[in-house]
Design a protein around this ligand. Structure first.
Ligand SMILES: [Zn+2]
Length: 497
C-alpha cells in the first residue's frame, strides 16, 4: 500500500494496474468476467494466443464436462462454454480469435444441439461430438479418445468438486478421469480398466463418495480424501504440488470456473484450491504449509470475493511470524488484581495468532500453554523455524500503582531499522485501540530482542499494577483490541516496509 503514498503523478499508472486486475502487491491475478462464459474466455485468452482445438461444453452440464480437462490438455486447447440451442456469442468470438480449426463437443444433443454444430461448420470449423448414454459413458468415451493408459483417476460422478480438483493433475499426466457411483462402478467403466490393463488407480474423495468396496475392486488404488471438498482439493495440492509457489483458486460451490480454469492450471502445473464465502481452514493450511504466494483467481467477485482476493494478495502471505507470549510455567511474570502476566499474554498471543493465520501468515508460538521455554530457547526457535519476525508480548508492572500505559521496545543489535518501524507501528495501534497512556517506543536490552537476528520487538501492553490498566487487561474486549492492534501494527509494518 505504500505505492498509494506516492504522488498524484503515479495515479494513472496505478489505475492501469487495477485495470489489469493485479493487486498492489502483484501476487494475485483474477481471471474474472460477468458470467461463466466470460471467465472461460478470459482463461482462454490468458493461456492461448491461438489454438487449433477447442473443447466445448454446456454451461450448466457439469456431468458431461467432468472428464474433459485431460482431453483439452492433450489437444492443447481451452474448454469454452455454450448455451444448448445456440453458440454463445462471446464464445463464438473467442473461437474466431483463437483461429480454431476443430471443436470437440462433450455431451449429447440436449447439452449442445445440432444447431450449434451447424453454426460452427458455417465458420469453417470441423466438429466432433463425444457423447454417451449417461455421464459415466461420456467419461468413458472421452477416455477412449485420449487413448489407452495404464493409470487412471476414478472420481464420484454425481458431484463435481472432487473430479475438478484432480483435473489439473490428471490432465498434466495424461490420466483419464473415469466416473463411478458410490457403491458400484458401471460395467463399461470396469471393462475399460481391465481391457487397458490399468495398473494404478487414483481415487479422489472419501468413502462417502467412492465406497471401500469400489476402491478395493480397483488395481493398486490410492485414495486422496478429506472431510469435505475443500479438504480433498487441499490434499491433492499437498500431495502433488508441494514444490510449487503458485496456485489457482476457484469457488467450490459451482463447477464452471474450476472446469474452464483447470486446463490452464494443468499447463502451469499448478493446483486448484477451493473456497466458499471465506477461505476454509484446509485451504488456508495448504497455502501456508506449501508456501503458495502467487494466485490465479478463477471467476468474478461473486464467485471468489474481493475480501478473499485481498487476503491472497496481502502482505502476510509467505511470512513466518514467531509470537512469544512472555514468561509461563514456573515463571508467572508480574501479577496484580488477581491476575498473572503469563496468563494474560498467552491469551492475547493466541488472539494475535488467529488474526495472522486468517491473513495466511505462517504463525508459530514459543509456547502454546503454561510452559516455560528459556529465553535462549525462544530465540533459537525463531531462528530454526526460519521466522521473519519476532513479537514478544508482555504486560508491565511497577511497585507503585500510578505508572500506567503502553510501551514497545526494540534493540539495535540486529535489524535495527526494521525493528524500530515494527515497534512504532504496533505502539501506535495499541495506544489507539486500548486508550492507554502513550509511553512511546524505546530501546531495550531484553534477551529475546537483543539476540534474535530478525526484526523483533517486545510489547508491554499495559500495567497490571495500575487499577485502570488492569481493568482493561482483565476484559476480553480489551484483550481482543490489544491483539487486533498488534496484528494491525504487523500488517502496517509489512505495507510500509
Ligand atoms: Zn514480562
Amino acid at each position: 500500500m505504500k505505492k498509494l503514498l506516492v504522488t498524484f503523478l503515479l495515479t494513472f499508472t496505478f489505475s492501469m494496474l487495477l485495470a489489469a486486475q493485479t493487486s498492489a502487491e502483484g501476487y494475485t491475478t483474477r481471471l474474472g468476467g460477468q458470467d461463466r462464459f466470460e471467465v472461460a474466455v478470459n482463461v482462454s485468452k490468458k493461456g492461448w494466443s491461438t489454438s487449433a482445438n477447442v473443447v466445448l461444453a454446456n454451461y450448466t452440464a457439469y456431468a458431461d464436462a467432468l472428464a474433459a480437462a485431460p482431453l483439452a490438455y492433450k489437444l492443447n486447447g481451452p474448454i469454452l462454454l455454450t448455451h444448448a440451442g445456440k453458440l454463445t456469442s462471446v464464445t463464438k468470438q473467442e473461437i474466431i480469435r483463437l483461429n480454431a480449426k476443430s471443436v470437440t463437443i462433450v455431451g449429447g444433443k440436449a447439452s449442445v444441439s445440432d444447431q450449434v454444430i451447424t453454426e460452427l461448420r458455417a465458420m469453417g470449423i470441423s466438429v466432433n461430438r463425444i457423447s454417451g448414454q449417461d455421464r459415466y459413458d461420456v467419461a468413458n468415451n472421452i477416455a477412449k479418445s485420449i487413448g489407452k493408459k495404464d493409470r487412471v483417476v476414478v472420481a464420484y460422478g454425481l458431484n463435481f468438486p472432487d473430479a475438478l480438483a484432480i483435473a489439473p493433475y490428471a490432465a498434466r499426466n495424461g490420466y483419464p478421469i473415469l466416473l463411478t457411483n458410490t457403491n458400484s462402478m458401471p460395467d463399461a467403466t470396469k471393462s475399460i480398466i481391465s481391457q487397458w490393463g490399468v495398473n494404478q488407480t487414483i481415487v479422489v474423495g472419501g468413502t462417502g463418495s467412492v465406497s471401500q468396496n469400489v476402491f478395493n475392486s480397483l488395481p493398486n488404488a490410492i485414495r486422496i480424501d478429506g472431510k469435505d471438498r475443500f479438504a480433498v482439493a487441499s490434499n491433492i495440492a499437498n500431495r502433488y504440488y508441494k514444490s510449487q509457489s503458485q496456485a489457482f483458486v476457484a469457488t467450490g460451490m459451482n463447477f464452471a470456473d474450476a472446469l474452464t480454469g483447470s486446463v490452464l492450471a494443468a499447463k502451469r502445473n499448478n493446483p486448484i484450491l477451493l473456497t466458499s464465502s471465506s477461505i476454509p481452514a484446509a485451504t488456508k493450511d495448504s497455502i501456508i504449509n506449501n508456501g503458495y504466494q502467487t494466485f490465479t483467481i478463477l471467476g468474478g467477485s461473486a464467485s471468489v470475493s474481493t475480501s478473499i482476493s485481498n487476503i491472497l494478495g496481502g502482505p502476510a502471505v509467505g511470512q513466518t511470524i514467531m509470537i512469544d507470549p512472555g514468561h509461563g510455567g514456573s515463571d508467572p511474570g508480574a501479577s496484580g488484581y488477581g491476575m498473572l502476566e503469563k496468563d494474560i499474554v498467552l491469551d492475547v498471543s493466541k488472539r494475535v495468532n488467529a488474526r495472522l493465520y486468517d491473513s495466511l501468515a505462517k504463525v508459530m508460538m514459543t509456547r502454546n500453554s503454561d510452559t516455560y521455554p528459556t529465553l535462549d530457547e525462544r530465540v533459537q526457535m525463531a531462528h530454526s523455524q526460519g521466522a521473519d519476525l519476532f513479537v514478544s508480548i508482555h504486560v508491565n508492572a511497577y511497585s507503585g500503582s500510578s505508572p500506567n500505559g503502553t510501551e514497545t521496545y526494540y534493540n539495535t543489535a540486529y535489524a535495527s531499522a526494521d525493528s524500530k518501524l515494527l515497534a512504532e507501528e504496533i505502539q501506535k495501534e495499541l495506544v489507539k485501540a486500548m486508550g492507554t497512556n502513550d509511553r512511546g517506543v524505546k530501546q531495550g536490552s531484553f534477551y529475546v530482542i537483543k539476540y534474535t537476528k530478525i526484526p523483533s520487538v517486545l510489547v508491554e501492553i499495559a500495567f497490571i499494577s495500575n487499577p485502570e490498566d488492569a481493568k482493561k487487561l482483565a476484559n476480553n474486549t480489551f484483550r481482543q483490541r490489544a491483539a487486533d492492534a498488534i496484528y494491525k501494527g504487523i500488517m502496517n509494518y509489512y505495507n510500509k516496509k
